[in-house]
Design a protein around this ligand. Structure first.
Ligand code: MN
Length: 192
């Protein structure tokens, strides 16, 4: 079993959930990001960034904002397999993370964290607790920064740039999946 995905695999019974089994894969293409809307015990958004064959993951209770004045709590969760990026559907209520999932946004990203005006690696940025990316999504574009505060807690902030917009509220106005158009309510209705 892939060491990095041990926590992911240990939490799940793959006889019961249709989520992908944890194995890492790699590609030479631009790294991808995904934001999944997940109606588990708490409604939240899962923000995932491809790095080194897996998806680094954070759960954002309020979801991402396009307003640079907003600061959103992002709780780091276990690394997910790359295959998770297009998972949507229903996870049985009895299982870990049980509830409905849609792919709310996806695309590629550029990692642009610098230290002393020099580009540093994603790993170095993660270890430092300060990661800046440019998202090329369908709903979200432009710069976002993740800042580690303590334990598993990080903060997500929109960078002030051409894509920042204090009036847009995409989590409210664009609730559907970028893959199927379905909302989590639609997935819930399909399941019944
Ligand atoms: Mn989740």
């Amino acid at each position: 079993m892939n060491e990095k995905l041990k926590s992911y695999n240990n939490k799940r019974n793959f006889k019961k959930t249709k989520e992908p089994k944890g194995s890492s894969s790699s590609s030479n293409d631009d790294p991808i990001f995904v934001i999944q809307h997940h109606d588990a015990s708490n409604l939240h958004y899962d923000f995932r960034l491809e790095h080194d064959g897996i998806l680094k993951s954070w759960a954002i209770p309020k979801g991402p904002s396009t307003n640079p004045k907003d600061t959103r709590l992002a709780i780091e969760t276990e690394d997910h397999p790359l295959d998770y990026h297009n998972f949507e559907g229903h996870i049985p209520e009895s299982e870990y993370g049980g509830g409905d999932v849609i792919v709310w946004d996806h695309g590629t990203y550029d990692h642009i964290t610098e230290k002393d005006d020099k580009a540093i690696s994603f790993k170095a940025a993660y270890d430092k607790g300060h990661i800046t990316v440019i998202l090329h999504g369908e709903k979200l574009q432009g710069g976002y920064t993740l800042i580690h505060t303590n334990d598993d807690k990080w903060l997500l902030k929109k960078t002030k740039d051409a894509a920042s917009d204090a009036r847009r509220n995409p989590t409210k106005t664009e609730p559907g999946s970028v893959i199927s158009g379905k909302t989590i309510e639609d997935i819930d209705n399909d399941t019944e």
